[in-house]
Write a protein that binds this ligand. Structure first.
Ligand SMILES: [Zn+2]
Length: 377
């Protein structure tokens, strides 16, 4: 196999490229819709294609417990099981283990012990198990098991998280994987310059197929997060893909793309959709608001999604208010299309060498948008 990633255009620190996987190419920058339990909630694979998704996420933690990787493997791997023939990236489960901090029991050089979210029984994840789960799921890109502490932990805890992440990465790097499966390492270290640099050096030394910045978008300020990405992304090798874990609001997307990030994911568009909110160039629209009761306009006037082509805000509001399942589905399809189109437009702007003006235009148009923290769950 040739190299997994090619940079095809640059504009300042920003890059356009192509990530080659066993199930197809991913044009980058790429927004990756989150399909935690083997489904992007409420959206079928044909609709994912239609909104422009080229890769989706699955989650090892949840799929390990329900229905179990052996069941998935027996039904054609995650691609066959969920009916999506395109590229899939699987999270290792580390983020779920460490974000549910009151379920943590112990961690050491061998792995982490925690209580299962599903039934409270003690379970143990090791780098070898993270590799085995992802090999059986058959994802195109597997992620390393890492230690992801929230923002604001004592420096000693952040340092130990960084150390364990490196120890585990070396073990997972040596573990078997599925044919053609890429493996990405994850650098931790929060916003601490020394620890982040050390983690990047230790990760890069293991020669992974791509690199992720983990441990950001975990409660620090937006300013600190963007500042950290700004100096940390260029420390990652230019010839390999760079993945920022857990950002997906329109403003955040253009900010990380400008700083040299190629891939990102977030539950924001799907979660907002399920709670009755549409992304738009007028800011976020809460469809429960009475002002939409007789609004004949589409969710966003410039949007070409299946919801905006056919339905009014008034109709979507009616569906949401009446708890009709079509309402959240239409909003989810629309929100995904909004972000995937924004990302594709950013890629085209990089190719034209016009990202700076594109970004300025996006931020001006989004000026009504409240600056909320990025979400990742
Ligand atoms: Zn739309």
């Amino acid at each position: 196999m040739t190299t997994a990633f090619e940079v095809t255009a640059t504009d300042g620190a920003a890059r356009a490229g192509v990530l080659h996987t066993a199930h197809g190419d991913v044009p980058t920058p790429a927004f990756m819709p989150v399909g935690t339990k083997g489904t992007v909630k409420g959206v079928d694979p044909d609709e994912l294609r239609e909104v422009g998704a080229s890769i989706v996420l699955g989650n090892s933690y949840h799929l390990h417990f329900k229905p179990g990787e052996d069941v998935v493997a027996g039904l054609g791997g995650l691609h066959g099981f969920m009916g999506w023939g395109g590229p899939i990236l699987t999270d290792s489960g580390g983020f779920q283990v460490f974000s549910l901090r009151d379920t943590l029991l112990a961690m050491d050089d061998g792995g982490v012990t925690f209580r299962s979210l599903y039934d409270g029984t003690p379970e143990r994840f090791t780098p070898e198990l993270a590799a085995e789960i992802q090999a059986k799921l058959g994802s195109d890109i597997a992620m390393c098991l890492d230690v992801c502490p929230p923002s604001g932990v004592p420096r000693a805890e952040l340092e130990e998280a960084t150390r364990l992440t490196a120890v585990w990465a070396a073990r997972q790097r040596a573990a078997p994987r599925a044919d053609g499966q890429l493996l990405f390492g994850i650098a931790q270290g929060g916003s601490d310059p020394e620890l982040r640099r050390r983690s990047i050096e230790e990760t890069v030394a293991l020669d992974f197929d791509g690199h992720a910045l983990g441990g950001l978008s975990v409660g620090e300020t937006r300013e600190r997060m963007f500042d950290t990405v700004g100096w940390a992304a260029p420390l990652l090798p230019a010839a390999k893909a760079r993945y920022f874990m857990g950002i997906g609001d329109p403003e955040g997307i253009v900010e990380v793309i400008e700083r040299g990030i190629d891939m990102f994911d977030c539950v924001l568009p799907t979660r907002l959709g399920r709670t009755g909110t549409a992304l738009s160039w007028e800011g976020r629209l809460n469809l429960k608001n009475a002002r939409f009761r007789d609004d004949p306009r589409p969710l966003d006037e410039g949007c070409d999604c299946a919801a905006c082509r056919r339905f009014s805000r008034a109709y979507v509001r009616h569906l949401v208010k009446q708890h009709e399942m079509l309402g959240p589905r239409l909003l989810t399809v629309h929100n995904l299309r909004f972000l995937l189109r924004l990302t594709a437009d950013a890629r085209a702007a990089i190719e034209r060498g016009e990202l700076a003006s594109f970004k300025a235009d996006v931020l001006a148009r989004l000026a009504q948008e409240p600056a909320e923290p990025a979400w990742r769950f």
